[in-house]
Design a protein around this ligand. Structure first.
Ligand code: PMP
Length: 312
């Protein structure tokens, strides 16, 4: 096997049963604030949405997913020819990086800290992370783990990860004909993290080149059906945004300094992120320890109040 160019550590988190076992609590009492997912599925996520696809589950989705591509194009204000599908945004990050970068190349990552999958995808491609004449530049907007917007780099080709697009509303998708590629996901606002559906928006030529490099059936047809049902009734993120601002205020009242966020999570600086993570885990509350702080996914008021109590 080709050696990795960086040190890769999984950024995955332990399973809920594993956390429950570790802290000696029933699994039902564990609340996850560590995945930046929705606290519940959308009303459109029902078994009925799967019936038709189950009837042909023994076949491949020959010809791709034209209905889903059309629905995404209409949602994103582009043409179906601008859409590239993948098994979650992670699949597209990997596809894009390996499509642009070869061993020996450099890829620039604009934000720091940012989403760990960016450097991982560069190292898997055999390339290096750096700013010296990059073949590709990647940025995340709003950025994970802090939630800030930042300025879009002028560099091209540029990938803009908009996994949290729905919570902010602004997009770089109007620049896809200017050598810019947007990545989005159904894992966050659409509540389909387990289904693994993501997409990229790119200029027609770039999208065609990327589709050539993607394998023929990257999505489960069941996942595609759930994404299609979600697009028929897109989510209203207002309750999450209101809850985020309530949480931010409450955290401030506890003497903490949560940073402004444009996504469905808050970054709270703490002295010892790992110790704070361990302490909260003892209460059955799983947050994400990140550099210099903890990242808290916004959930329901009831769940969030449990976290506030533990933090107090
Ligand atoms: N990009 C960012 C910035 C993310 O935070 C995440 C999820 N943690 C992803 C991509 C991956 O999303 P998906 O579930 O679609 O692979």
């Amino acid at each position: 096997m080709r050696a990795l160019t960086g040190t890769i550590q999984s950024y995955d988190a332990p399973s809920t049963p594993e956390i429950a076992r570790r802290v000696g609590l029933p699994a039902e009492e564990i609340v996850r604030f560590d995945g930046n997912t929705s606290p519940q599925a959308l009303p459109s996520t029902r078994a009925e949405a799967l019936t038709e696809e189950l009837g042909r589950i023994h076949t491949y989705p020959h010809g791709g997913y034209p209905e889903l591509e059309r629905a995404i194009a209409s949602y994103a204000g582009v043409a179906p020819e601008n859409v590239v599908l993948g098994a979650g945004a992670d699949d597209l990050i990997l596809l894009l990086t390996r499509s642009f970068a070869s061993p020996g190349d450099t890829v620039a990552i604009a934000n720091d800290p940012t989403y760990p999958m960016f450097p991982i995808s560069v190292w898997v491609a055999g390339a290096a992370v750096g700013d010296d004449d990059p073949v590709l530049t990647v940025c995340c907007c709003p950025n994970n783990p802090i939630g800030e917007l930042g300025e879009l780099p002028c560099a091209r080709p540029l990938v803009v990860d908009e996994a949290y697009f729905e919570y902010f509303g602004a997009t770089a998708a109007d620049l896809i004909d200017d050598d810019l590629i947007v990545i989005r996901t159904f894992s966050k606002a659409f509540g389909l993290a387990g289904a693994r559906v993501g997409y990229a928006l790119a200029g027609r030529d770039a999208a065609a080149e990327l589709n050539k490099r993607q394998h023929p059936a990257p999505l489960s047809t069941l996942s595609a059906a759930l994404a299609l049902a979600g697009l028929a009734a897109p989510p209203d993120v207002t309750p999450i945004l209101e809850e985020r601002e309530r949480m931010r205020q409450r955290l401030r009242e506890l003497g903490l300094e949560p940073r402004e966020s444009h996504a469905n999570f808050l970054y709270v600086p703490v002295d010892d992120p790992q110790a704070e993570y361990d302490r909260l885990l003892q209460h059955g509350l799983a947050v994400r320890p990140v550099r210099g702080g903890i990242r808290i996914t916004i959930r329901t008021q009831q769940d969030d109040d449990r976290l506030l109590q533990a933090l107090a």
